[in-house]
Write a protein that binds this ligand. Structure first.
Ligand code: ZN
Length: 126
C-alpha cells in the first residue's frame, strides 16, 4: 500500500485551522473593540483612530461570523460525505477551488450566480 493521505483529511485540517484563526481573530476583534474608546485620557487624534478601528474591527468580526458558518457547514459536509459537492447544483467542486477555499459551498458557476445576485449564500453576512 502506498502511503497516501486522504484528500478529505487535508481539507479537514485546513478547515480546522481556519476555524481556529477565525475564532482567535473574532475574539480579539471583540476585545479590541471593547478597549477602543474606553480610555478617557486619549487625545482627539487618538479618539478618531480608535473609532475608525472600532468600525474596521466590527466589520471584520461580521465577516468572520459568516465565514465561520461556512467553515462549520463544510466540516458538517465532510462528516456526511457530501463534501466537495456544490450545494446548489450538485456538481463536483474542482480540487483547486477546494484547496484554496475548502469552505466554499458552491462550484465556480454557482459562485458567479451569487456574485450576479441570482443566488443567495447559505449564510447571512450579519
Ligand atoms: Zn454549482
Amino acid at each position: 500500500m502506498p502511503k497516501t493521505v486522504s484528500p478529505h483529511s487535508v481539507y479537514e485540517k485546513k478547515l480546522r485551522q481556519q476555524q481556529d484563526l477565525l475564532l482567535r481573530s473574532m475574539k480579539s476583534a471583540v476585545e479590541q473593540g471593547r478597549d477602543a474608546g474606553m480610555d478617557d485620557t486619549q487625545d482627539v487624534a487618538d479618539q478618531a483612530v480608535a473609532s475608525y478601528q472600532k468600525e474596521f474591527l466590527f466589520s471584520q468580526g461580521t465577516n468572520g461570523h459568516a465565514q465561520m458558518q461556512l467553515v462549520r457547514q463544510a466540516l458538517e459536509r465532510l462528516r456526511e460525505g457530501s463534501f466537495g459537492e456544490c450545494q446548489n447544483c450538485g456538481e463536483t467542486i474542482g480540487a483547486k477551488r477546494l484547496e484554496a477555499l475548502p469552505w466554499t459551498p458552491f462550484c465556480i458557476a454557482c459562485q458567479e450566480k451569487v456574485e450576479r445576485g441570482e443566488l443567495e449564500m447559505p449564510v447571512r453576512a450579519a
